[in-house]
Ligand binder design. Structure first.
Ligand code: ZN
Length: 264
C-alpha cells in the first residue's frame, strides 16, 4: 500500500491571494515508520524544550513565528528548522515521492480550486501507482493507494467528491488504484501530514511569493519519469510564460499528453 498524505496552503476565499496549493507526500507502507522517526529526531534536535511530540511542524506558523513555540525563535533559525524538516525528504528519498498542485484560482474560475486541485493530485497519484505496478511486474501488482488528509480541511466536500471520483471516474478516467475514499486524521498526531504541510508551504512560497528557498531542494523528489515531472502541476494562464520545473518539463516534453491520456 502506498499512502499519499495531502495538505493545503492558501485560502480559497482570500481574493488577495492568487494561488491555491495542495502538497502531497507518498510513502510506501514499509517506509512510514522511518520517515516519522526521522521527523521526530529533527524536532527533538530543535531543542525547544518540553516534549518534542507536542511540537507540530507547520510551515506557515514556523515561517511567521507568531505562535508558540516559534515566537521565541529567531527568523533565520526558524527558516533553518523548516529546511531541516524538509531534508527528511532527502534522507528518506527511497521511501518518498512528492506530489503538488499549484492552481491559479482566477484562471480556473468558476471551478472550485479545492475540487480542481484534489482531482489533479488524485490523478497524479493514480498514474504513479499504475506506473509502479507495471514496472514491478507481478510482485508489484495490486499495490493500492490511500489518500490521507488533515481533518480540519474541507472534510465533508472532499469525502463526497472522492467517493464520486472513485465510482464515476474523473475527467481522465477512473481511480481504480485507490483502496478507499480519503481518510482524515488530526495533523497534530501525524508527522507525515505535517511533512505534507511543509511541502505545500514550500510550494506556496514558490508560487505565491516567488521564493524558492524551501521548494528548490524538493524538486528532484517529485514523481517524474523520462524527464517529465508528472507529480507537479502548475495550472495557470498561457502568458506570461512560466519557468517553474513543472511548466519547463512540459514545454520540453510533447509526449506528456499521451502519458496523461493513458489513464483508463
Ligand atoms: Zn509554472
Amino acid at each position: 500500500m502506498h499512502l499519499l498524505y495531502v495538505d493545503d496552503s492558501g485560502s480559497v476565499g482570500n481574493a488577495s491571494e492568487t494561488h491555491f496549493i495542495l502538497g502531497g507526500v507518498a510513502i510506501f507502507e514499509r517506509g512510514i515508520y522511518h520517515v516519522i522517526k526521522a521527523l521526530d529526531d529533527v524536532v527533538a534536535g530543535f531543542g525547544l524544550g518540553g516534549n518534542p511530540h507536542d511540537i507540530e511542524l507547520h510551515g506557515n506558523e514556523m515561517y511567521n513565528g507568531r505562535s508558540n513555540p516559534w515566537s521565541s525563535v529567531k527568523r533565520s533559525v526558524r527558516e533553518q528548522m523548516i529546511k531541516a524538516a524538509l531534508n527528511v525528504i532527502v534522507t528518506q528519498r527511497s521511501a518518498i515521492r512528492l506530489f503538488g498542485v499549484a492552481v491559479n484560482k482566477a484562471h480556473i474560475a468558476p471551478q472550485d480550486p479545492v475540487e480542481y486541485a484534489f482531482e489533479e493530485i488524485c490523478n497524479r497519484f493514480n498514474l504513479y501507482l499504475r506506473r509502479s505496478n507495471n514496472r514491478e511486474g507481478r510482485s508489484g501488482q495490486g499495490q493500492r493507494g490511500l489518500v490521507i488528509m488533515d481533518e480540519s480541511h474541507h472534510e465533508q466536500p472532499l469525502q463526497a467528491l472522492a467517493r464520486h471520483f472513485r465510482v464515476n471516474g474523473t475527467r481522465w478516467g477512473s481511480l481504480k488504484s485507490m483502496a478507499e475514499v480519503p481518510l482524515f486524521v488530526d495533523s497534530k498526531a501525524s508527522r507525515a501530514i505535517q511533512l505534507a504541510d511543509l511541502v505545500a508551504y514550500a510550494l506556496w512560497r514558490k508560487y505565491e511569493s516567488q521564493d524558492g528557498r524551501f521548494f528548490d531542494s524538493t524538486i528532484p523528489f517529485f514523481d517524474s519519469e523520462g524527464g517529465v515531472i508528472h507529480g507537479l502541476v502548475h495550472t495557470k494562464p498561457r502568458s506570461p510564460q512560466c519557468f517553474c520545473p513543472s511548466c519547463m518539463s512540459r514545454n520540453s516534453a510533447p509526449k506528456f499528453k499521451a502519458v496523461t491520456g493513458d489513464i483508463a
